[in-house]
Design a protein around this ligand. Structure first.
Ligand code: NDP
Ligand code: 2IT
Length: 452
């Protein structure tokens, strides 16, 4: 009792100081708090890390770049957006992380994502530093010409700050293979052939097999490990609720279907669709086509297949064995968590970054729900980005099977690390495990690099 009381006080004092400096950055503060809760007491128990003030150093990025992006829309009007690249740390490798195009993007959101990326990339065991970037540009309802012009304008500035071996962006919300192509195309025009400067490229441009699938597939491989390790169980015959209908959600659903799971829901920013018999591959193909155009609604999918669409609602009230939030931050709150627990949900694994609020996480932990935090569970995407960088450096392309085997191995390894550091009596606290294991590798690197 005494130990946990002083640990709480230490974390509260730390957070008070962080809060005083970053009072308007609520997503960033939320992400730091989740990490500090577990990592600060651990750091205090390790004199080498404590004296090096590793966590204090880790809450400041190496640098944050903010820039103006100006472009013409289809009507010939000038549009102005804000661009970001926050380079968190290159202690373990080149800055690495996605670009997000969404109207909700601001400095707090990009900082929370880059901070989380630090621990996630460390967990992959690959030589990857951490960064995140993006813009408040809203691709919804924009024509392909407008998206291309925006990407080109964005790159006119971003190209000065990235490069193979220095900072390697990829996709995130609102940024997929098409946008990566436009941005990489601009880089090639400005600087010449440099495939190692971007990941998430198409195969022709030097992309990796299985990068589009990697986050969703990796998420389900991680959940398989959780089920096997804790319950000696597998996926077959279970039910799942999935949120989102984009890159991560589509391939999480695809892998679940392959494993014999009934996927009962998909969602987007307009609402969710309930599929009582379970999503079929044919239906999933329709969603992939529909969502390849940004700004479309799942309502169209529901109408086409005679399913019920719940306008403006989230899918967490549908009873299921497992839940996979794959849309965005804070999409699953305390009430949603209570509903999932009440309906017998046994496992939650995060495909999105920070989709569960702190209240939701506490409810899962208190009720013995197996909870896989995003920084471990969704690391498959950046892991295959790391493999794409390795292939680019060697000027080769591995087969789909080779990449899939490596992805499975990496997800198994992340699970093992989370278990090793996450033991609490007879149970595994995967948040503790993921945070401490991710931190430990960065901390060792910081200490080795000296006070710099
Ligand atoms: P996409 O843009 O492909 O899809 C995002 C999906 O989430 C869309 O269905 C979108 O709805 C929905 N969504 C976005 N914002 C909201 C919101 N505010 N409320 C409700 N729904 C929303 O992005 P990704 O699939 O790539 O990313 C999803 C999550 O996974 C993000 O948290 C991202 O950071 C994380 N992630 C992504 C990785 C990757 O490799 N792409 C890797 C690891 C994590 P709509 O279709 O209506 O726009
Ligand atoms: O959140 C993430 O890990 C990503 N959006 C993928 C980052 C990457 O560099 O592949």
């Amino acid at each position: 009792m005494k130990v946990s009381f002083s640990a709480d006080r230490m974390v509260n004092e730390f957070m008070e100081q962080v809060q005083a400096k970053h009072s308007h950055e609520k997503e960033f503060l939320q992400a730091v708090h989740e990490v500090a809760k577990y990592v600060l007491p651990y750091e205090m128990s390790k004199p080498e890390y404590r004296d090096a003030k590793v966590l204090w150093r880790l809450i400041e990025p190496d640098r944050a770049i903010i820039f103006r992006v100006v472009w013409y829309d289809d009507k010939g009007n000038v549009q102005v957006n804000r661009g970001y690249r926050v380079q968190w740390t290159n202690a373990l490798g080149p800055y690495k992380g996605g670009l997000r195009f969404h109207p909700s993007v601001n400095l707090s959101v990009i900082k929370f994502l880059a901070f989380e990326q630090t621990f996630k990339n460390s967990l992959t065991g690959l030589p990857l530093g951490a960064a995140k970037g993006g813009s408040d540009f809203n691709p919804q309802g924009r024509s392909e010409d407008e998206i291309r012009r925006f990407c080109q304008a964005f790159m006119l500035e971003l190209h000065k700050h990235i490069g193979e071996g220095f900072d390697v962006p990829a996709g995130d919300i609102g940024v997929g293979q098409r946008e990566i192509g436009f941005m990489y195309g601009t880089l090639v025009k400005l600087r010449g052939y440099e495939p190692g400067a971007f990941t998430g490229k198409t195969l022709e441009l030097g992309g990796s097999h299985l990068r589009p699938e990697a986050t969703g597939y990796g998420l389900i491989y991680f959940a398989q490990e959780m089920l096997r390790y804790n319950l000696g169980d597998d996926m077959s015959g279970k039910t799942a609720v999935v949120s989102g209908a984009g890159n991560v959600a589509q391939f999480a659903a695809e892998k679940l279907i392959q494993l014999g799971v009934r996927v009962l829901t998909m969602s987007d920013s307009t609402g969710f669709v309930y599929i009582p018999d379970g999503l079929t591959i044919e239906q999933l193909e329709f969603i992939k086509q529909l969502k390849s155009k940004r700004g479309t609604s799942l309502r169209q999918f529901a109408e086409k297949f005679g399913l019920t669409f719940y306008e403006g609602k989230k899918p967490w009230s549908v009873p299921a064995d497992m839940a996979f939030p794959c849309a965005t931050q804070n999409e699953l709150d305390g009430d949603d968590a209570k509903e999932l627990v009440k309906n017998g949900c046994k496992l939650v694994a995060e495909g999105a970054n920070m989709p569960s609020t702190p209240e939701a996480i506490s409810i899962f932990l208190e009720n013995g729900v197996l909870f896989g935090p995003g920084k471990a569970a969704n690391a498959g995407g950046v892991a295959v980005s790391g493999l794409e960088m390795a292939q680019n450096a060697q000027r080769i392309q591995w087969t789909r099977e080779e990449v899939d085997n490596k992805l499975r191995e990496i997800m198994r390894n992340i699970h093992e690390q989370a278990v090793e550091f996450g033991k609490e009596g007879n149970t595994i606290n995967y948040i503790r495990g993921a945070n401490i294991a991710g931190y430990d590798r960065v901390a060792r690197a910081f200490v080795n690099l000296g006070v710099i």
